[in-house]
Design a protein around this ligand. Structure first.
Ligand code: PBG
Length: 346
C-alpha cells in the first residue's frame, strides 16, 4: 500500500479513558507513517464495563473483547485496539493478533491514598492488617505469599474509579495495586509509589500475561490493513507477548487464574564466547491462598513467532509437571464452590 493512498480505517475500542488513550496512541503511530489514512473510532461498553459487581474471574475470558470481535467479524470495524492482557489467548476463527506496538512498562505498581501524604513508600511499610485493593487473583495470590500480614480486597472499576476509591477514606483501602502502563498512559505517573517486579526487595510480583502491551486485532487475510499495521509493529514486544501468551494458553488459564510472567531481552555468551541476544521468560503459578507456588525460567534465542510460541509452551509444560497443573486443577475445582471467583478478603 503506498504511503499516499487515501483510505479510512475504522477502529473498535472500549469506551474507558484508558482504551480511548490507547487508541489515540495507535492512530498517532500510524499517522506518522501514513498521513493520508483517515481513522474513525467506534467506542463501546463491553460486558466487563457494564457489569461492575460480578467478580472478574466469574465473567469468563471474553468480557472485554467478545462484543468488539463481533463488530470486526461483521465488518463494522477494521481493527480493534485492546490492552493485550485483556485478550483471551485463543481468538475467534478469522481474527488474528496482527500487531503489538512497542510495549509500555509491564510492571505492577503500588498506589497509596493521597491522604497519607507520603507516609508509606512501599508495601513493606504497611502495618499488619492493612487493606490492599486489587481485583486480580494473580496479584493477590502472589502478594499473600510475601506479605502474609496484608488483607486483600476486590476493587472494581476503571483507573479513575479505582484511584477515587483508594483516596476515599470511607472505602477503607490502605493501598491499591494497578498496572504501571495504565497510569503512565493517563498521566498519573506521580501516583506511583513503588514498582513491583521479580527482584523487588521484600517481595515483588510477576505481571499479567501481556500487561503493558497493546494487542491490535484484525481480520485474517485483510492484507491492506495488515500491511498498514506492520509499520508500527515492534518485534521484541511482539515476540515477548507471544511467548507469554503461549504460557497461559498451554496451562489453559483464563485471564483470571494466578499465572504471572516476566520477560526481558538479555545478552548471554554461548560456548564459543559469542554474545547472543536471548529472550528471558519467567513464569509463576500460585495457589489462591499464596501458600503453594511453582516458578520457572528459561532464556532462548527467539527470532520468530513460532519460536516464541514454542518457548512459552515448553516452559508451561515444565511448570505443569513441577506441580502447577495441580494448583490450577484445585482452582478450577474451586470454581464450582465460588472459592476461585474473587479476591476474597483474607
Ligand atoms: N482490565 C484491566 C486492565 N487492562 C489493562 C490495564 C492496564 C494497561 C495494560 O496493562 O496495558 C488494566 C488496568 C490495570 O491492570 O491496572
Amino acid at each position: 500500500m503506498s504511503s499516499t493512498e487515501e483510505f479510512t480505517v475504522r477502529i473498535g475500542t472500549r469506551r474507558s479513558a484508558l482504551a480511548i488513550r490507547q487508541t489515540e496512541l495507535v492512530i498517532e503511530g500510524l499517522s506518522k507513517v501514513h498521513p493520508h489514512v483517515k481513522f474513525e473510532i467506534d467506542a463501546m461498553a463491553t460486558a466487563g464495563d457494564r457489569d461492575k459487581v460480578t467478580p472478574l474471574p466469574a465473567m469468563g475470558k471474553g468480557l472485554w473483547t467478545n462484543e468488539l470481535e463481533a463488530k470486526l467479524m461483521n465488518n463494522e470495524v477494521d481493527i480493534i485496539v485492546h490492552s493485550l492482557k485483556d485478550m483471551p489467548t485463543s481468538l475467534p476463527e478469522g481474527c488474528v493478533l496482527a500487531c503489538i506496538p512497542i510495549r509500555e512498562d509491564a510492571r505492577d505498581v503500588v498506589v497509596f491514598p493521597k491522604r497519607q501524604e507520603g507516609k508509606y513508600k512501599k508495601l513493606a511499610d504497611l502495618p499488619k492488617g492493612s487493606v490492599v485493593g486489587t481485583s486480580s487473583v494473580r496479584r493477590a495470590a502472589q502478594l499473600k505469599r510475601t506479605y502474609p500480614g496484608l488483607v486483600f480486597r476486590d476493587v472494581r472499576g476503571n483507573i479513575d474509579t479505582r484511584l477515587r476509591k483508594c483516596d476515599d477514606a470511607e472505602e477503607g483501602y490502605d493501598a491499591i495495586i494497578l498496572a504501571a502502563a495504565g497510569l503512565l498512559r493517563l498521566g498519573y505517573d506521580e501516583r506511583i509509589s513503588q514498582f513491583l517486579e521479580s527482584s523487588t526487595e521484600g517481595g515483588g510480583l510477576l505481571h499479567a500475561v501481556g500487561q503493558g502491551g497493546l494487542g491490535i486485532e484484525a481480520r485474517e487475510g485483510d492484507e491492506k490493513v495488515l500491511a498498514l499495521l506492520k509499520t508500527i509493529e515492534h518485534t521484541p514486544s511482539m515476540l515477548a507477548g507471544f511467548a507469554e501468551r503461549s504460557v497461559m494458553r498451554t496451562l489453559e488459564g483464563g485471564c483470571s487464574v494466578p499465572i504471572g510472567v516476566e520477560t526481558d531481552w538479555v545478552e548471554e555468551e554461548d560456548e564459543s564466547g559469542e554474545k547472543k541476544k536471548k529472550l528471558r521468560l519467567r513464569a509463576t503459578v500460585v495457589s489462591l491462598d499464596g501458600k503453594k507456588a511453582v516458578d520457572g525460567e528459561t532464556a532462548e534465542e527467539v527470532a520468530s513467532l513460532a519460536q516464541a510460541d514454542a518457548m512459552g509452551k515448553r516452559l508451561a509444560q515444565k511448570l505443569a509437571s513441577n506441580g502447577a497443573q495441580a494448583i490450577l486443577d484445585d482452582i478450577n475445582k474451586g470454581r464450582e464452590s465460588g472459592a476461585a471467583l474473587k479476591v476474597s478478603e483474607s
